[in-house]
Design a protein around this ligand. Structure first.
Ligand code: PLP
Length: 362
């Protein structure tokens, strides 16, 4: 095998995680969020693994809906940003995709939707306080009435909002968003969808009719100090490589670019074949844990494009060819993310094209 860095996608973990989300969210139904190439795990691969179990998929953009239909998936597919241009409407009707509607520009395009192509299912997106996408509460009644009057639109209009802080379980923002959403939607009958992954864990009042879970599906958490495993989920990706050098380096010598780390004594330094060119974060600090075999050792020095350097004092038997694990079931991506000023989603989304993807049933 010419490439050393491998992302192994655990299909059994994906299925376990979806089953666990369903159990937590019931009686709400689950949209499996597979945007950004299924958080870097591979859109078609993940959709295939979940096909029998997923009632609906959610994607960011039309192109991903097209890919899912091309792969033969017949479920509901919700496009979370809706149409980006007028021509998208007919394409969404043709593909039978649900469209989130968040902006007045989209209403003008929708007015042209022809009922003869089949009624488009829409989700009216309400800005309950995140101030990214969605109609202001004061405009919702008017927008709902306009949508309801359009012949090309399914009259069962969904109601959707998104939380900015749902992983802060003792915060005031999410209850305020829930209250605003409930107040503005009280007189409508359509299906409701509020919760992302963290809200499924922390805000049972926000279950609604459909939850939209991405992170937990992949065994990832954005709750401060917690990994997906802490909530009973299994990481769906292991990133691994090999040790390609073990060197003795003397006390006082500097390691790597700009010598950001200095050896405190004569010691073994391991070099593993992974770097930011694969998606391992360049911002990972000295001390970030890495597994060599089953030994946990600290990263030292700067992450470079193709290589990282490791303090092997705690793994004196380590040798060239040993397996090196960057994250996975034995080392949460959340731990690496916390050392790199980011979140685990960013790590899995960041895998580059030179990483070899393989699958297992685990
Ligand atoms: C990405 C996204 C989600 C899923 O969020 P997770 O934290 O991964 O569960 C849900 N809803 C919307 C609108 C999103 O953009």
């Amino acid at each position: 095998m010419s490439r050393t860095t491998v992302a192994t996608i655990h299909l059994g973990a994906l299925r376990h995680n979806l089953a666990r989300i369903k159990a937590l969210a019931a009686p709400a139904k689950v949209m499996a969020v597979v945007k950004a190439d299924a958080y870097g795990h591979g859109l078609e691969r993940v959709a295939r693994a979940l096909n029998g179990d997923a009632e609906a998929f959610a994607v960011a953009a039309l192109g991903d809906g097209l890919r899912l239909r091309a792969a033969g998936h017949r479920q509901r597919i919700v496009v979370l940003s809706g149409p980006d241009q007028s021509g998208d409407i007919a394409e969404m009707q043709r593909l039978g995709l649900d469209a989130a509607i968040h902006h007045s520009a989209q209403l003008a395009w929708l007015a042209e939707a022809s009922a003869s192509r089949g009624r488009l299912r829409v989700w009216l997106k309400i800005d309950s306080g995140m101030h990214r996408l969605g109609f202001a509460p004061a405009d919702v009644a008017d927008v709902h009435a306009r949508l309801a009057a359009m012949p090309g639109i399914d009259p069962d209009i969904g109601l959707l909002t998104h939380f900015s802080d749902s992983e802060v379980f003792d915060g005031a923002q999410t209850p305020a968003q829930i209250a605003r959403f409930n107040a503005v939607t009280a007189s409508f009958s359509g299906p409701r969808s509020l919760s992302n992954s963290a809200a499924v864990l922390g805000w049972p009042d926000a279950r609604g009719d459909w939850v939209r879970t991405g992170g937990l599906l992949y065994g990832l958490s954005v709750v401060e100090g917690k990994s997906g495993a802490d909530f009973g989920f299994r990481p769906a990706m292991t990133l691994s490589t090999r040790l390609i050098a073990v060197n003795r380096v003397g006390k006082g010598e500097r390691i790597g670019y700009n010598g950001t780390w200095t050896c405190p004594e004569d010691m073994p330094i391991g070099v593993a074949a992974v770097g930011y060119g694969d998606g391992y974060p360049r911002s990972a600090k000295a001390g970030t844990p890495v597994l060599v075999g089953d030994r946990c050792v600290p990263l030292v020095g700067r992450v470079s494009m193709d290589l990282i350097t490791l303090d092997l004092r705690e793994a004196p038997q380590a040798k060239v060819g040993d397996r090196v694990t960057l994250w996975g079931p034995e080392l949460p991506a959340e731990t690496v993310a916390a050392q790199s000023a980011t979140i685990s989603y960013d790590l899995t989304c960041g895998m580059t094209r030179r990483v070899l993807f393989i699958e297992d049933e685990g």
